[in-house]
Design a binder for this molecule. Structure first.
Ligand SMILES: Cc1ncc(COP(=O)(O)O)c(C=O)c1O
Length: 368
């Protein structure tokens, strides 16, 4: 019934999924009943093309954004597929940050475009090297997760944000900003989005309720200039089937308007902050680790001579797992000296036990 596969005996640090006990089962049921009362049959018929007005209005106030810059999607992955298929196709190049969210690679490849890595260093995409790469060639799209990234947890520095936006506006490149982790911040506020810095020109932003509320809602949104929103809203399948995920979207509007969203975000921030701290302090017994300001991941360097792929087999033999670094590079080259651990899915005691299993695996691989 569910995507997550529980492997007996494995305390898994690879899943970037919410902790099941933190999913808002009761509050969602209340929002669902409220939506049925408030919207009646309107919740169960075909929805308005860009999303139901109550959700668009709540999002517009919450983000903030103008309502004509919003299109409700079935999650960030759906947003990637929609935007990529409108802006790119066979013969085009789509650039991706390196390392980055690896499940995006196939979504972009599905358009028939060639997916290549953008020049990047420890701080993220390098605007000067990118400008040199773009010289004399048309590239429609660059995908990046500039805020609390998957897998690094880092955020792109402010000067690079400004330089990338200026470059996009100069060259016609569209920056596809995946802003999935923005609200999962644990110290102060998240940095301004590329979308906000751009004034809506040269940037399309993707949002999702998958991490903040629940992945099973399959609900998110696209922030884009009104012309692109109109193109999305007039696609054949919207014309035929109406707005995406209309019933869940109307329930989400009640979850937002009742204050349940704000209460839930405050609660899960505190829980994920505690899980982050538990994993960081457990890991420090074995590997250098710093605490990311947001998101769900630690991106850890391995000791010299230890390969991520080699360590994975030994870790799984000892009852834990993680995602090896090369997975996050579109060409699979690089990152074998890094691993991604997720602190989202396990409670603090299990995070500590999983880390001890990983720590026990390290010496045998280092000695190989
Ligand atoms: C950076 C990033 N984008 C998108 C997604 C998927 O989002 P959704 O479930 O809304 O499609 C994930 C989930 O792991 C992610 O880490």
């Amino acid at each position: 019934m569910i995507q997550f596969e529980h492997r007996p005996g494995i305390l898994d640090l690879s899943w970037g999924h919410p902790r099941p006990g933190l999913l808002p089962v009761e509050e969602w049921a209340r929002a669902s009943a409220a939506a049925s009362r408030e919207f009646g049959w309107r919740q169960l018929t075909y929805g308005y093309a860009t999303g139901p007005a109550p959700l668009l209005e709540w999002l517009a106030a919450h983000l903030p954004s103008a309502t004509d810059q919003l299109f409700v999607t079935a999650g960030a992955s759906h947003g990637m597929a929609l935007v990529a298929s409108l802006l790119a196709g066979p013969g085009d190049v789509i650039l991706v940050d390196s390392p980055t969210y690896y499940l995006a690679f196939q979504i972009f490849a599905d358009t028939g475009a060639t997916v290549l890595r953008a020049p990047a260093d420890e701080d993220g995409v390098d605007p000067d090297a990118l400008a040199a790469m773009l010289e004399g060639r048309r590239v429609p799209l660059l995908y990046l997760v500039p805020t609390f990234a998957n897998p690094t947890g880092r955020s792109l520095p402010p000067d690079r944000r400004r330089a990338l936006v200026a470059l996009a506006q100069r060259t016609g490149l569209t920056l596809l900003e995946d802003d999935t982790y923005r609200e999962l911040c644990y110290e102060g506020d998240a940095p301004p989005s590329l979308w906000q810095l751009s004034g809506g020109d040269g940037v399309v932003r993707l949002g999702s309720f998958a991490k903040t509320v629940a992945p099973g809602l399959r609900l998110g949104w696209i922030n884009a200039d009104p012309a692109l929103i109109t193109r999305l809203a007039t696609l054949g399948y919207v014309h035929s089937g109406g707005g995406v995920n209309h019933s869940v979207a109307t329930t989400m509007s009640c979850f937002g308007a009742s204050g349940a969203y704000q209460r839930h975000i405050a609660a899960v921030r505190a829980e994920y902050r505690a899980q982050r701290d538990a994993l960081v302090s457990a890991v420090r017994a074995y590997l250098p680790a710093s605490a990311p300001g947001g998101g769900w991941f630690l991106w850890l360097p391995l000791p010299p001579g230890v390969s991520a792929t080699g360590l994975l087999a030994e870790a799984e033999r000892r009852g834990t797992s993680f995602v090896p670094g090369p997975r996050f590079y579109v060409d699979g080259v690089g990152g074998d000296d890094r691993i991604r651990l997720s602190f989202s899915h396990l409670a603090p005691a299990d995070l500590a036990e999983a880390t001890d299993r990983l720590g026990a695996a390290l010496p045998s691989v280092a000695a190989d």
